[in-house]
Design a protein around this ligand. Structure first.
Ligand code: E4P
Length: 217
């Protein structure tokens, strides 16, 4: 399973990259705003800065919601850097844009996916990635992980190449369950990746090994 970090914070991206297990980054307009990145030029520069830190795909989201606007913006984003994947919302015009980009060799990430039907449509249009938001479904008492299972089944039934990018990950159990189901990618905060490290028996065991080493030296 690929590990993406879901942030526009350069320090956190560097930290995840330094860990050696990072495969990419996802951003969205809210994450950009959270870092105080505003204005078209600053946003475009920030995407390039991210690409220069990480070895892997970087999702950059379009703001336009009409086909012509999404194509113009998406082409501009794709030209920024070879690692850019154009993030397109799951709306009718978005499906048309995904089809256009797929036909023109530009990779896409279909975002704001909340149902298996939407994921089927995104795959039919040729999306590179589909992003089901599991945390936001859990937030409204709907099983987000079940959606990942449904999409896995459908994509396997027909051999779709579209990669399932489990998004809106909130914690390590989401990561583990997505790995068990067979999600291709997960994107979450740094804490959801670093949380995988933790086990008290590891810490206790290491402390004992070091203590016993000292006794013998
Ligand atoms: C995915 O690409 C989104 O940026 C993200 O995972 C949304 O997560 P949130 O529900 O924590 O905002």
């Amino acid at each position: 399973m690929k590990f993406f970090i879901d942030t526009a914070n350069l320090d956190q991206i560097r930290e995840a990259q330094d860990l050696g297990v990072l495969d990419g980054v996802t951003t969205n307009p809210s994450l950009m705003a959270k870092e105080g990145i505003t204005g078209r030029n600053n946003i475009l520069k920030h995407y390039v800065d991210i690409c220069n830190i990480v070895d892997g795909d970087v999702s950059a989201e379009v703001i336009a919601t009409d086909l012509k606007g999404m194509i113009k913006e998406g082409e501009e984003l794709a030209e920024l850097h070879e690692q850019i994947v154009v993030k397109i919302p799951m709306i009718k015009e978005g499906i048309k844009a995904i089809k256009y980009f797929s036909d023109h060799g530009i990779r896409t990430n279909c975002t704001l996916v909340f149902s298996a039907g939407q994921a089927l449509l995104a795959a039919k249009a040729g999306a590179t990635y589909v992003s089901p938001f599991i945390g936001r479904l859990d937030d409204i008492s709907t099983d987000g992980l079940n959606l990942i299972s449904e999409i896995r089944l459908i994509y396997d039934n027909y051999g779709f190449d579209t990669q399932i990018l489990a998004a809106s990950i909130r914690h390590t159990m989401h990561v583990l369950e997505c790995a068990k189901i067979g999600s291709d990618v997960m994107t979450g905060p740094l804490s959801s990746i670093e949380g995988l490290l933790k086990h008290p028996l590891t810490d206790m065991g290491l402390a004992k090994f070091l203590e016993d080493y000292k006794k013998g030296n």
